[in-house]
Design a protein around this ligand. Structure first.
Ligand code: BGC
Length: 759
């Protein structure tokens, strides 16, 4: 059995309820449930979300991930008083999320204000198999006298997204004294959600059902003797559909039948079934590290947990929200985060899921084409933020200035066009890692052609040179600039890749090729200066730089905007997040390590890292430049974004991209995994805190496992592979070990191997 980490909530604290509700959230890619307590607290935000279920609540609103009726809440009455940890005394406390089987557990011994002691234990999981199932148990034990216990729970459709109600209650029913069912419809009539709940008490009680004010509930009242435990088991089946193939009654009947089948199994055996599915995840994807810092393994398990819980592998019609399925931040919209920060994990572990994420973009091509056309450009302009339909979902306005009543326009939808090339980059990376010709033939080449056409139309001829004007690069503190280096290089890569794959898959088109050749010859690619620094855009180098240390110390909080307006920030050398460094990371073959080091040195002091997408990228490029300790410091800062001490940074959900970057920082940073000119490269070097690193990697038809220890690397592979290790090209079969020192001293192209043996 793998020794998996357990994520703990150190103690009940009303200020950090939402942080732990996000980071300890349970999910399975189909749905996510925030780790809220069973009892209510005013500031606690409950949340249950289904991947791909978006709805627009009304005028001036945007489509958002619908917060579904709550099933986690319980009213617990002990001897006539509401149980709340805000009163009385907590005598013992344990709350943990066990990554091994996916169970969230809490055990509290509580002394009521009247001086009576009770033990309350709750556990729950969102099943990885079957996906629509949530299971819970709540156990209560009076410790020093018998107690009157009242329990109320059910399906609570008063839940909203911060007051915005998305669902109409169509019907609520009770069946067979144990089952409740609520049928809801989004207010645009496009989707149905059927929530069915089963409750079973371990002993006889007075019970009744009520349905009132959008709540259907079961009430239990009973006397529990001292030392006896009463347990309520609750199973919930959450079904959703946006097609109307069946009548809603039939759909609801099926859902109830599924739940009934689960009820015959019961909590323990349902947990065992789901744990089996988790075990496979851990066996296939876990990254193991022996570190002097206990948190490092925890961070890696945390990352794989959420990367699984947030990803709708089951449904290519949806993709990954910027906060996964753990909260309402960014309205559950999908950004470039998916292709650039999340897809690499899937690419190298679950290529089928990477394919499904790319299929989401392919299915949404009509919306991207329409956006391009609306703006007068050819090809496909993918939305900066998208939901289910592929339409642009970026809110037109951001926060309001409450003194003037003026709302600040969001420029990203208008100019953050690099997402087009990011998607193309991901298509190429997918093919390189899988050689999935069928995908390339059916979807990939079309995606590349459409995105390339966009760039060819988007470029402007300036005295014979092609330039890309009025864009926002990844650094969102610098808006409406010309020739953002990241955008231009990625656009070039996009068009070059389109030509290459069109020819490879017999999709040549003479006019396209002529235009593309001209584009590739004439597109301006900002050049490095004598020190190797690439200017971020045409005007960046002429702007003044200021000392950012005060703001860097508060990275992530955007405190610069308290001292300067956005317009002022735009006129200074201030980066929110990695931009040229991001480019160095994505196209390693284009830059020497001296150039990467020069860009890091120049841009690091100018980057506040106010975006969670920034530090780990600096870390990966730092590692690739050979500064492993510097890279480790960045990586730890990246881990702290969700797992650090800040009680509020994750209130509205975890940072999905930063979670992907935890994995990437290790595999693409310390292990040096990169795709260079289509080939797999590795150059492992561990930070001083680490003694050992083990990770799996899928590459084409090979399942590999790498172990890095004592400056040596062992590769185990299920099929022969060719890879470049510390700069030397090798063919590997079975299991082979390679020592770092031999590579450094070897002068010929042939690497020396040490201790080779077959698996
Ligand atoms: C970042 C974007 C990112 C978005 C969603 C913003 O703060 O600047 O790069 O895509 O958050 O994570």
């Amino acid at each position: 059995m793998l020794n998996l980490s357990v994520l703990t909530d150190p103690g009940f604290c009303p200020h950090s309820l939402n942080k732990y509700a996000s980071i300890m959230a349970c999910g399975n890619g189909y749905m996510g449930i925030r780790a809220t307590h069973e009892e209510d607290y005013t500031r606690q935000t409950r949340g249950m979300y289904l991947a791909g279920l978006y709805h627009r609540a009304g005028r001036n609103e945007t489509n958002e991930l619908v917060n579904l009726p709550d099933v986690i809440g319980f009213d617990i009455e002990l001897d006539g008083k509401n149980f709340s940890l805000l009163s009385g005394e907590i005598l013992s406390w344990q709350r943990e999320l066990a990554f091994a089987n996916g169970e969230l557990r809490r055990s509290v011994v509580w002394r009521s204000p009247e001086g009576k002691d009770y033990r309350l234990e709750s556990r729950r999981f969102v099943a990885l198999d079957p996906l629509p199932l949530v299971a819970m148990q709540l156990a209560i034990t009076p410790l020093d006298a018998s107690a009157q216990v009242g329990l109320k729970t059910g399906i609570d459709a008063t839940q909203t997204n911060s007051g915005r109600q998305h669902l109409d209650e169509m019907s609520v029913r009770v069946f067979d004294q144990h089952y409740m069912q609520g049928i809801y419809e989004t207010q645009d009539h496009a989707s149905d959600v059927v929530i069915s709940a089963f409750c079973r008490l371990s002993t006889e009680s007075d019970s009744c059902f009520t349905a009132k004010n959008r709540r259907v509930q079961v009430h239990h009242a009973l006397t529990v003797s001292r030392g006896e435990t009463v347990t309520l088991e609750k199973l919930v089946w959450v079904a959703h559909r946006s097609d109307r193939a069946l009548s809603v009654e039939t759909f609801a009947r099926h859902a109830l039948a599924e739940l009934k089948a689960c009820a015959t199994s019961g909590y323990a055996s349902l947990l065992a079934r789901s744990a089996c599915a988790w075990e496979k995840v851990w066996r296939d994807c876990r990254v193991e590290v022996a570190s002097t810092e206990h948190q490092d393994q925890m961070a890696l398990d945390y990352a794989v947990w959420h990367l699984t819980a947030m990803t709708p592998s089951h449904d290519e019609r949806c993709s990954i929200a910027a906060k996964g399925l753990t909260g309402e931040g960014y309205k559950g919209h999908v950004f470039w985060d998916t292709e650039i920060f999340l897809l690499p994990f899937h690419l190298f572990n679950r290529p089928q899921t990477a394919r499904s994420l790319l299929r989401y973009r392919w299915l949404n091509l009509p919306g991207a084409r329409a956006k391009a056309r609306r703006n007068g450009w050819p090809g496909a302009l993918f939305p900066w933020e998208s939901a289910a339909s592929g339409e642009e979902e970026t809110p037109e306005f951001a926060a309001i200035n409450i003194r003037t009543g003026v709302r600040q326009k969001v420029a990203s939808a208008l100019a953050e066009h690099h997402i087009v090339a990011d998607i193309a980059w991901a298509v190429v990376a997918y093919w390189q890692a899988t050689q999935d010709d069928a995908f390339m033939r059916n979807e990939g080449v079309t995606l590349l052609m459409e995105t390339a056409s966009f760039w060819m139309g988007r470029a402007t001829d300036v005295k014979g040179r092609l330039e890309i004007h009025d864009v926002i690069g990844p650094d969102e503190y610098t808006e409406h600039v010309n020739n953002n280096a990241y955008t231009n290089y990625l656009a070039w890569h996009n068009v070059a890749s389109a030509c290459r794959f069109m020819s490879m898959f017999n999709r040549e088109d003479v006019r396209f090729t002529e235009k593309a050749t001209d584009f590739l010859t004439r597109l301006w690619l900002p050049e490095a200066n004598a020190d190797g620094v690439i200017p971020q855009d045409d005007t960046f180098m002429a702007k003044p730089a200021i000392d950012l240390s005060r703001y860097k110390a508060q990275a992530g909080k955007q405190t610069i905007l308290l001292d300067y307006s956005r317009a002022e920030v735009n006129e200074m050398q201030i980066l929110k997040q990695a931009d040229v460094v991001m480019l160095n990371y994505l196209l390693p073959e284009r830059f020497t390590s001296q150039q990467c080091a020069a860009n890091l040195a120049f841009y690091e002091s100018r980057t506040i890292h106010d975006s969670s997408l920034s530090k780990t990228i600096h870390g990966i490029v730092t590692a690739r430049c050979g500064d492993t300790e510097g890279a480790y410091a960045f990586w730890r800062d990246g881990v702290a974004i969700d797992l650090g001490d800040d009680p509020h940074s994750s209130d509205d959900g975890i940072h999905a991209a930063a979670t992907g970057a935890i994995w990437s920082g290790v595999v693409q940073g310390f292990a040096g995994v990169q795709i260079v000119d289509g080939e797999l490269h590795l150059a492992p070097k561990l930070p001083a805190h680490w003694q050992k690193l083990i990770f799996p990697l899928r590459w084409r038809n090979a399942n590999m496992r790498f172990t890095v220890e004592n400056e040596a690397l062992t590769v185990e592979t299920s099929a022969p592979v060719t890879l470049t290790l510390w700069g030397k090209n090798l063919s590997v079969t079975g299991a082979q070990a390679f020592a770092y020192k031999n590579f450094m001293t070897s002068v010929t192209g042939t690497a020396t191997t040490e201790g080779s043996h077959d698996a």
